[in-house]
Design a protein around this ligand. Sequence first.
Ligand code: SAM
Length: 221
Amino acid sequence: KTRPDWVAVEEFLTATVVHPDEALQRAVSSAVEAGMPPIEVTPNAGKFLKLLVQISGARRVLEIGTLAGFSSIWMARGLPDGGKLVTCEYLPKHADIALANVAAAGLGHKVEIRVGAALDTLAALHAEGHEPFDFVFIDADKEHNTDYLDWAVRLGRPGTVVVLDNAVWEGAVLDPSIDEANAPGIINALQVMGNHPQLDATVIQTVGSKGWDGFALARVR
Ligand code: SAM
């Protein structure tokens, strides 16, 4: 007897429980049409992020890595009236498409897309001196993961929730030869999360349409 596979189960769960609407589907299809890589989170992970934003009562969300705005739309939907999501994207083309997708989702008033290298944007946000972020989602270039974690602590407050995507990467955390480019940044981030005096963290493994992966979840102490 053959077992149902991970992707079929994910499709069943998405259709049965998660129900991504037209605006979210648009965010995925627009990226495909523009030739962008299909590396957004899954719908079930996106909704998980939205629920985490709501459960934590976050009013200010910081995202590092926008792509076409799929995860931005999910998280912005978890914000209360007056809440705000700032998302950092390096490529102007990605930011333009994300801007259109966020507007089509009716979330333009809640989402600010900052174009440029995230490290520059994070330093600028710090210099501008905003209220602390309550929730941070890290999903960009893996080599800067540890810098992004430091910034999440700096721009956050005790109780800030930090989610870091791609924490398992097909097992490359134990065998970096699987992906020499990305594995070191992921491994370093996990070490920082496990040892940082201001972070209390865990990691959940996932399987599905994005293969074998996981996300790290931390709370700033
Ligand atoms: N969070 C998105 C979602 O789930 O819908 C997916 C983000 S995708 C995995 C990573 C994005 O980070 C890409 O759009 C890429 O251009 C962007 N990126 C890569 N390096 C960056 C950097 N140094 N600063 C800001 N964005 C960067």
